[in-house]
Design a protein around this ligand. Structure first.
Ligand code: HEC
Ligand code: HEC
Ligand code: HEC
Ligand code: HEC
Ligand code: HEC
Length: 201
């Protein structure tokens, strides 16, 4: 065969159009896939775990966990009453705080603020530190029950697996990603369900 003998047939106009359309479609699919992948990966890894988490937010009243938990020996469930019963742990109203602070803390600026909330009946607008998106279902009760009953962990220590030591810093901050990958990993390790409907409405 003589080199150059082989001749490429010039594509027809309609073939060119098809090729072009295919190319555009391919690019579209690639862009779409990349977008979905980025979305899934960022959801999986979530927060910038590598760089750690920020300091917790300022709260309307500078509430010291260490004073109440370490110094006074109060149980987490004394204030976060619903944590062993339902989905949300809940934060108590000023009324519960005032059972002590009606008399304890005279002259302290933060206690003055607390009493103002109590008298006016306004709810204290605590800034949420941990929050899963609306499409995610999280239930405290199931976790506390499992780790205290099936694993024999003390309730207070169960909290710290997800929240760390809340008495260690002045402001509560998030120390664990609690993103999908984090949740699913722990579920897998403990034989808890990992199907989508467990955590998604
Ligand atoms: C005297 C009541 C009281 C006790 C006892 C208490 N807390 Fe709290 N907790 C609060 C209040 C008030 C807030 C809201 C202000 C803040 O974030 O500091 C809060 C906030 C939190 C938050 C952050 C909530 C969010 O917005 O995501 C976590 C987590 C938490 N507490 C865990 C614990 C754990 C764990 C214990 C036991 C070791 C405990 N608490 C004991 C009153 C209490
Ligand atoms: C069982 C009693 C008790 C309960 C309930 C309680 N506290 Fe306290 N709290 C204390 C004691 C005791 C101190 C230490 C007071 C001192 O240092 O003179 C304290 C200290 C504080 C301080 C630090 C004040 C300062 O400037 O040093 C704040 C703020 C505070 N409590 C807020 C709260 C809030 C908010 C709640 C409800 C979520 C609450 N407390 C529930 C007993 C209680
Ligand atoms: C398996 C992980 C995990 C454990 C264990 C856990 N938490 Fe949480 N906690 C979360 C997540 C996730 C959120 C955010 C929930 C949401 O947005 O609905 C949260 C939110 C909270 C909040 C603020 C919102 C609310 O539910 O009222 C408080 C307070 C809290 N946790 C306290 C506790 C205490 C006290 C314990 C131990 C008795 C505990 N948590 C154990 C994961 C955990
Ligand atoms: C530290 C380990 C751990 C982490 C982290 C964890 N889970 Fe779980 N979760 C469990 C275990 C174990 C169970 C099974 C409890 C049982 O068998 O009743 C469970 C059960 C559940 C259930 C079922 C509750 C029910 O109705 O029975 C839901 C929903 C859930 N987890 C959501 C989440 C979400 C969302 C996250 C992340 C924000 C998360 N979990 C993080 C260990 C974990
Ligand atoms: C153990 C709990 C758990 C299970 C099981 C789970 N997810 Fe998730 N998923 C989460 C949490 C928590 C988030 C929220 C992450 C965040 O904070 O952005 C999430 C977020 C998502 C998102 C949204 C991403 C975003 O950026 O908001 C999608 C999509 C998703 N999950 C799909 C799935 C699918 C599909 C399955 C089943 C294969 C599944 N999930 C199983 C906990 C779970």
């Amino acid at each position: 065969m003589i080199p150059g003998d082989f001749q490429v047939k010039k594509p027809t106009k309609s073939q060119m159009w098809k090729l072009g359309a295919l190319g555009v479609l391919g690019l579209g699919v690639l862009a779409g896939t990349t977008l979905v992948l980025v979305f899934v990966i960022s959801a999986w890894l979530g927060r910038p775990v590598v760089f750690g988490f920020n300091e917790g937010p300022d709260q309307p009243i500078a509430f010291p966990h260490v004073r109440h938990v370490t110094d006074l020996g109060m149980d987490c469930t004394f204030c976060h009453r619903n944590v062993t019963q339902g989905a949300a742990a809940t934060i108590p109203s000023a009324g519960l705080c005032l059972t002590c602070h009606k008399t304890v803390g005279d002259g302290l600026a933060e206690i003055v603020k607390l009493r103002d909330y109590g008298e006016s009946g306004r709810p204290i607008d605590w800034v949420r530190v941990h929050r899963v998106p609306d499409h995610v279902r999280f239930v405290h009760e199931a976790h506390i029950r499992f780790f205290t009953q099936a694993r024999g962990v003390e309730a207070q220590a169960v909290c710290s697996t997800c929240h760390g030591d809340v008495t260690a810093t002045d402001k509560v901050r998030q120390i664990r990603s609690l993103k999908m990958g984090d949740c699913v990993d722990c579920h897998r390790d403990n034989g808890a369900p990992t199907d989508c409907t467990t955590c998604h409405f």
